[in-house]
Design a protein around this ligand. Sequence first.
Ligand SMILES: *[C@@H]1O[C@H](CO)[C@@H](O)[C@H](O)[C@H]1NC(C)=O
Ligand SMILES: *[C@@H]1O[C@H](CO)[C@@H](O)[C@H](O)[C@H]1NC(C)=O
Ligand SMILES: *[C@@H]1O[C@H](CO)[C@@H](O)[C@H](O)[C@H]1NC(C)=O
Ligand SMILES: *[C@@H]1O[C@H](CO)[C@@H](O)[C@H](O)[C@H]1NC(C)=O
Ligand SMILES: [Cu+2]
Length: 169
Amino acid sequence: MAGRLSFTVGFLIVASAGLLHGACAATTYIVGDDLGWTVPPKSTYYEEWASQRTFQIGDSIFFNSTTGNHTATEVVTREEYDNCTKMVGSIFDVGAGVQIPLNANATRYFLCSEGIHCVQGQKMIIQVGDGIGAPPSFAAPPSFAAPSLAAATAASALFFSTVVIFFLN
Ligand SMILES: *[C@@H]1O[C@H](CO)[C@@H](O)[C@H](O)[C@H]1NC(C)=O
Ligand SMILES: *[C@@H]1O[C@H](CO)[C@@H](O)[C@H](O)[C@H]1NC(C)=O
Ligand SMILES: *[C@@H]1O[C@H](CO)[C@@H](O)[C@H](O)[C@H]1NC(C)=O
Ligand SMILES: *[C@@H]1O[C@H](CO)[C@@H](O)[C@H](O)[C@H]1NC(C)=O
Ligand SMILES: [Cu+2]
């Protein structure tokens, strides 16, 4: 009981600290700005758009798709990206626009799976921070050091209260 409570309180403190930290510098980037997410006028359009920006943990990218039928498909490897490989990784429906949080330093590959849109340049590479690390969608969720510490604390608190109850009995 005490263990569960301390876990919950600990987790809430850590979670809100994380939110506050993220809120400080978080930016939501509209992919392609006014163009939105569509077949671009030139094939390097989105790669240039992305390379001119600095993405950091806590930022988000928003795919604003107002015309045509598009997806925001996230593929895993550079090779899949170069090949415009479809139907691997996560496919985000961009019907009403979709916001993707950038929760970890990683290099992430996005493309549109519809028709030949990717070949036409509807694709981009997003480097978050130093770009080192697995994209969160394909690895275990980013492990925050603090919650696992809270979990360890909770586990030891639970163990301790169990021992106390044992001796009280
Ligand atoms: C999405 O694009 C439409 C059309 O260009 C625009 O009116 C709208 O403001 C954009 N939404 C965002 C969140 O930028
Ligand atoms: C978009 O295209 C896919 C297949 O290419 C199709 O299944 C889907 O119904 C289309 N969506 C719209 C809104 O046209
Ligand atoms: C990418 O395309 C090349 C050449 O067609 C092929 O050899 C390779 O297996 C493809 N890789 C992936 C991951 O699709
Ligand atoms: C993410 O990358 C930035 C460099 O752009 C670095 O300062 C920061 O420490 C990195 N954060 C993590 C959690 O690796
Ligand atoms: Cu498309």
